[in-house]
Design a protein around this ligand. Structure first.
Ligand SMILES: Nc1ncnc2c1ncn2[C@@H]1O[C@H](COP(=O)(O)OP(=O)(O)OP(=O)(O)O)[C@@H](O)[C@H]1O
Length: 349
């Protein structure tokens, strides 16, 4: 992360509530966003993950003031967006790029035409437009597609155009709402890598809305998990993966990391492996597998790895390994006592 710790967050939500009127007259209002506090630091990629209907898209629409809040405050770059005039709103949105799941491009126009549009709206002179569009196309790897019609592009190419368009007016913040959800896995990776470059090379803060935990793992620095309009967990991506607190978070983590055996799996493993089952939790600061294993050997305890794995997130390793330990009970206890300072462990019930 490049954010300076002393700087105010780029986006700050405090007690944000958004209600929509009930479907029928007399119905109570529907709370799509229910008291959200959230800070997006300058220079980071902040992901918001949640299942469909959790309120993610609504939250994004509050950040660029496409919808008014019901209550609470939304501050973007020091400006309270809930109190802006029309002119203020235009300025706010010039500083925010948007990338959409369905690309939202003008299909009948060329790539060039799509990129020229926001520049013309922003009053950029033709010569400057030329320079800027060519720069953008090089950045997103589509220099050879300037005169192609959008309708002739693949989904991944369309999203590259979508990202280039979002960058056209040099935004400080990029809102990517399910930007990869319509793409196949390979193309998803390419587009996520491009978003990471936008962040790293251009220093643009990215707010990534997704229901895919793999996208979070791949590029985000921090993540907030939403359920039923609330943020139920927030943290550094590595911490959330290594030690998810909330059920929803555990389910999301479980979609990409499968290192905690379910009870029925444990039961099946016990039929094949004698001994005491112990789960070692390796974290970035404590990946000392060899020390743990050496302790078992010193105490004459045999161990077998029966479940788990070690994962990597941007240079940090974490994961859970379940071992079947066989040997004298006192020896197992002594070995476990010895590894306690080195690695967190729990006996699997
Ligand atoms: N304009 C609206 N009028 C009424 N209800 C709305 C409106 N927009 C969203 N909602 C409701 O608010 C809740 C949150 O919707 P939202 O689209 O923000 O969720 P989401 O997490 O982005 O899910 P998805 O990925 O499916 O879009 C849903 O129950 C939705 O039906």
């Amino acid at each position: 992360m490049t954010a300076a710790a002393t700087e105010a967050p780029l986006v700050e939500l405090r007690g944000v509530v958004k209600e929509f009127p009930g479907a029928r007259r007399g119905d109570s209002p529907h709370r799509a966003v229910d008291g959200v506090d959230l800070s997006v630091e300058r220079g980071e990629i902040f992901a918001i993950i949640g299942y469909s209907g959790a309120g993610k898209s609504t939250l994004v629409r509050l950040v660029n003031a496409l919808e008014p809040v019901t209550s609470g405050s939304v501050v973007v770059d020091g400006v309270d967006v809930t109190a802006l005039s029309e002119k203020g709103l235009r300025e706010l949105r010039l500083g925010i790029g948007m990338v959409f799941q369905q690309f939202n491009l003008m299909d009948s126009r060329t790539v060039w035409g799509n990129l020229a549009f926001p520049l013309t709206v922003a009053g950029v002179a033709k010569a400057e437009q030329q320079r800027r569009i060519s720069e953008l196309l090089h950045f997103v790897g589509l220099a050879d597609k300037a005169h192609a019609h959008v309708s002739d592009l693949s989904g991944g190419q369309k999203q590259r155009v979508g990202i280039a368009r979002a960058l056209a007016t040099n935004p400080r913040l990029l809102l990517a709402d399910e930007a990869t959800s319509a793409l196949d896995p390979d193309t998803t990776r390419d587009v996520l890598d491009l978003l990471a470059r936008v962040n790293r090379e251009l220093g643009i803060t990215v707010l990534l809305i997704t229901h895919e935990m793999d996208a979070v793992r791949r590029i985000a620095h921090r993540v907030a998990v939403m359920e039923a309009g609330k943020v139920v967990e927030t943290g550094a991506v590595l911490d959330v993966f290594a030690d998810p607190q909330h059920d929803v978070t555990r389910r999301f983590v479980g979609t990409v990391v499968d290192d905690l055996p379910a009870p029925d799996v444990v039961a099946a493993l016990r039929e094949r492996h004698p001994g005491r089952f112990v789960r070692l939790a390796f974290r970035s600061t404590s990946v000392r597998q060899s020390e743990a294993f050496a302790a078992f050997l010193r105490h004459g305890v045999e161990f077998e790895l029966v479940y788990g794995g070690i994962e990597e997130i941007r240079g940090s390793s974490f994961g859970n390994l379940t071992l079947a330990l066989t040997g004298d009970d006192a020896a197992v206890d002594a070995a476990l006592a010895e590894i306690t300072p080195v690695v967190a462990w729990t006996e699997v019930a």
